[in-house]
Ligand binder design. Structure first.
Ligand SMILES: [Zn+2]
Length: 74
């Protein structure tokens, strides 16, 4: 996921951008992304690439506030 990381790094100084992406790219009841929904094609499965980029940027910007750490100590 090097491209994802690279894009996330570019977004780090723009908190309004990744916050908006996180806000828009949420799952609907079918597990598809609301932010990626289009009239032309089915929505991407959630979490979509933009959600992952935005949450990665958030985690890079706020390393002490990780909310979705995969492995948290007990
Ligand atoms: Zn999306």
């Amino acid at each position: 996921m090097d491209v994802l990381q690279a894009v996330a790094r570019e977004l780090v100084p723009h908190p309004e951008a990744w916050a908006r992406l996180i806000e828009l790219h949420v799952a609907d009841q079918d597990g598809r992304c609301r932010g990626c929904r289009s009239q032309l094609r089915a929505a991407e499965r959630w979490p979509c690439a933009l959600h992952l980029v935005a949450t990665t940027a958030r985690d890079l910007a706020r390393p002490d506030q990780l909310r979705e750490a995969p492995r948290s100590p007990p």
